[in-house]
Design a protein around this ligand. Structure first.
Ligand code: F6P
Length: 328
């Protein structure tokens, strides 16, 4: 499909929702319509493409959604799309409407599906990184991360109040099955003593020694922030061991869970979603296809979808030094 021929774009959200997805949908729809294209919305990610749940959007379809969390297109993780039969059905449903391009707002799993689809069929795809986990290389930001981390910070600040009142040790679990960015950022921003994430090896002996030393120095507020995907286990497992090894500590667990995925997107998430949505359409118009649109050093950055699939962000060693020194 040559760039000049693109006339009908379909947009969908896939995988875990993230705050700001609606702002991205709005940007894709309004930019496409501005350039005289038809824009179609697909419900429930790739499932809607297979089940033919696709509708034509207009500028009003996306009115009053920039400030809303969730996604008006709903989302799903489709197993069927990973089977050739599923993708064939999906293609047929696009084809019968003359839809000739696709914008996918989601995480690396969703890009994996897009990559396969665009290899098999003549449908250029553009990915926008929509995930609270920020676990996609090729962008300094992902849509939803800023909101999620601010939700975590607000909650942990509240936990700190009650921890302080009772001289308790709190193990707070935040989201991040494969990535520790929410834990790292929220932990640093709330002054956590220790931050446990899947990207680094968790040394439980070091954690116990650290907490024991702080107890000896009568450091009263103790917050440990753990990403749910930490290889040692989540907050319950960490707390179980601490209770065994430090029975004198009054230990509590708080698992923040899906509260981190909802809520009104922050200004930053609305901005990056709008910018990325706008550039997704620009990409399709200029023939820059099968890429993920990112922002690096405040400039647009385009990563081939197959690289966005495989790469994971590396966490700089610097962060750990900062945690150690500032929480001493
Ligand atoms: O969207 C990413 C994520 O929030 C992960 O951090 C988390 O592990 C996962 O999704 C939870 O998925 P589900 O909502 O399907 O339980």
């Amino acid at each position: 499909m040559s760039a000049s021929k693109i006339k009908k774009i379909a947009v969908l959200t896939s995988g875990g929702d993230s705050p700001g997805m609606n702002a991205a949908i709005r940007a894709v729809a309004r930019t496409g319509i501005y350039h005289g294209m038809e824009v179609w919305g697909v419900m429930r990610g790739y499932s809607g493409m297979i089940d033919d749940d696709i509708f034509k959007m207009d500028s009003r379809t996306v009115a009053n959604i920039i400030q809303r969390g969730g996604t008006i297109l709903k989302t799903a993780r489709s197993k069927e799309f990973f089977e050739p039969e599923g993708r064939k059905k999906a293609y047929a449903n696009l084809k019968k409407r003359g839809i000739d391009s696709l914008v996918i707002i989601g995480g690396d799993g969703s890009f994996k599906g897009a990559q396969k689809f665009s290899n098999e069929f003549d449908i250029p795809c553009i990915g926008l990184p929509g995930t609270i986990d920020k676990d996609i290389a090729g962008s300094d930001f992902t849509i939803g991360f800023d909101t999620a981390v601010n939700t975590a910070v607000e909650a942990i600040d509240k936990i700190r109040d009650t921890a302080d009142a009772h001289d308790r040790l709190f193990i707070v679990e935040v989201m991040g099955r494969d990535a520790g960015y929410i834990a790292l950022h929220s932990g640093i921003a709330t002054g956590a003593e220790n931050i446990l994430i899947p990207e680094t090896k968790t040394d439980i002996e070091e954690l116990v020694a650290n907490l024991t030393e702080k107890e000896r120095r009568k450091k009263l507020v103790n917050l440990v922030v753990v990403a749910e995907g930490d290889e040692f286990g989540g907050a319950n497992e960490i707390a179980r061991i601490i209770k065994e090894r430090l029975p004198q500590a009054d230990t509590r667990v708080c698992i923040l869970g899906h509260i981190q995925r909802g809520g009104s997107p922050t200004c930053l998430d609305r901005l990056i979603a709008s910018r990325m949505g706008y550039h997704a359409v620009e990409c399709l118009m200029t023939g820059k296809t099968n890429v993920m649109v990112g922002v690096v050093n405040n400039k647009m950055h385009y990563t081939p979808l197959d690289k966005a699939v495989k790469a994971k962000q590396k966490i700089s060693e610097d962060w750990f030094k900062i945690v150690k020194i500032l929480a001493s």
